[in-house]
Design a protein around this ligand. Structure first.
Ligand code: ADP
Length: 399
């Protein structure tokens, strides 16, 4: 059974075609630069590729190209779209409307589009892609939407409410939603399996560290708190995002620079984080290299990140009244031994002790890093959001 997983942004359409019989990836790619010019890159499991400039005025042309490369030419993997059992779409913001995956209908697409105010960069693009997909794929192929926010809908009000006038929660839906939920759900379940424990008995701090980073407290398989908030800007210092800061600094800086709200948002989303603090790069690899060469601001950015992660581990241990395991995932969490080492240093009070040599040698694979006498287990758990979206899609169409 074949499932196509789509992750659409405002200018890109990333996809993976999975064979759910063995959960293998048959092909993946990206129809990029939508609304600018257009480019397709496509790769099959056996190494055939397409890499070409195209014309994508809208998501519809990008979807047509996606169908074309999957079904025709040297890198085709299927003969017709009829061979695909369903399409699963990643949706960033489901707000309080969606707490689980569901089948796509025209009404569901409108609801996703209506949530665009809460995720201006993402939700409208998702709606455009959903409409384009409906126009291009066979009408009989079901589509399913899987929400980044859904896993976090189990947070109690004391975790998701802000200390703002309650009316603005009621009127404008201002609250913490959390993101990366599909990843946190996938890795926490994979960790429980690797530990040979029932997830209902585990208290896990899940650290998804990438260009965007978030930490989630998973108690008994349910999210009880998470570091991203109303938008993915909250929480940790990220590649170009500032993370949590004193809200008064926002109004003060906007005033000093004469920024409009949009300009201030750009400043916090695109010019801050690793890039803003270090002045070197938004990429963790560049930052680590610069820090090793003695760049003080690059070292500072790394120190801020590790310190913030330690504080989240501490506060979420308090929130869950216990801690069984800490997991690292995402591009940084899976690959950067330096970040993991800096986080796990001086955490003996929390019962965290890792094998430093093993940590230095490990990247990108499921592995336990903690020592036998560590009270808390520490693991690398590679994430796979596309696979979970495909599994969810299969589950919804099988209901
Ligand atoms: P996104 O949030 O866009 O999905 P990723 O999860 O791919 O991002 O993470 C990107 C980050 O992972 C970058 O900061 C990059 O430097 C870091 N990263 C990727 N590979 C490595 C590596 N081998 N060592 C250290 N950091 C890495």
């Amino acid at each position: 059974m074949l499932i196509l997983v789509v992750n659409a942004g405002s200018s890109s359409l990333k996809y993976q075609l999975l064979n759910m019989d063995d959960e293998s990836v048959l092909a993946k790619g990206n129809c990029d630069r939508i609304g600018i010019d257009g480019h397709v890159s496509h790769k099959t499991a056996d190494g055939r590729t397409v890499d070409a400039d195209c014309t994508f005025p809208t998501h519809t042309e990008a979807f047509q190209k996606l169908v074309e490369v999957l079904t025709t030419g040297d890198a085709a993997v299927i003969k017709s779209m009829d061979e695909i059992s369903a399409v699963g779409h990643r949706i960033v913001q489901g707000a309080e409307v969606f707490d689980r995956p569901c089948l796509v209908t025209p009404e569901i697409i409108d609801q996703i589009d209506e949530l665009r105010e809460l995720a201006p960069v993402h939700n409208h693009a998702h709606a455009l892609a959903l409409r384009a997909c409906s126009a291009v794929i066979p009408a009989t192929t079901p589509q399913v939407v899987v929400f980044d926010t859904a896993f976090h809908q189990t947070m109690p009000p004391k975790a998701y409410m802000f200390g703002l006038p309650y009316e603005d929660y009621e009127k404008y839906h201002v609250r913490k939603y959390g993101f990366h939920g599909t990843s946190h759900r996938f890795v926490s379940a994979a960790l429980a399996e690797a530990m040979g424990k029932d997830i209902k008995e585990l208290k896990i701090v899940s650290c998804h560290l990438g260009n965007g980073s978030s930490i989630t407290a998973v108690d008994g398989g349910k999210c009880v708190d998470t570091s991203m908030g109303f938008t993915p800007l909250d929480g940790l210092l990220m590649g170009t995002r500032c993370g949590a800061i004193d809200p008064s600094a926002v109004t003060y800086i906007a005033d000093k620079h004469g920024f409009t709200p949009d300009e201030m948002s750009q400043y916090m989303n695109k010019k801050s984080g690793f890039l803003g603090v270090s002045g070197v790069s938004s990429d963790n690899r560049d930052l680590t290299a610069a820090a090793a060469e003695g760049n003080k601001r690059a070292q500072l950015a790394g120190d801020i990140l590790a310190y913030q992660i330690q504080k989240y581990i501490g506060s979420y241990t308090a929130a869950m009244n216990g801690l069984d395991a800490v997991l690292f995932t995402g591009g940084i969490g899976e690959n950067s031994w330096e970040v993991r080492e800096n986080v796990c240093k001086n955490m003996e009070f929390f019962g965290i002790k890792i094998d430093e040599e093993l940590n230095r040698q490990s990247r990108g694979k499921l592995i336990k890093l903690s020592t036998a006498d560590s009270k808390v287990e520490v693991w690398i758990v590679p994430t796979n959001e596309e696979l979970l979206i495909a599994r969810d899609t299969l589950a919804v169409i099988s209901q």
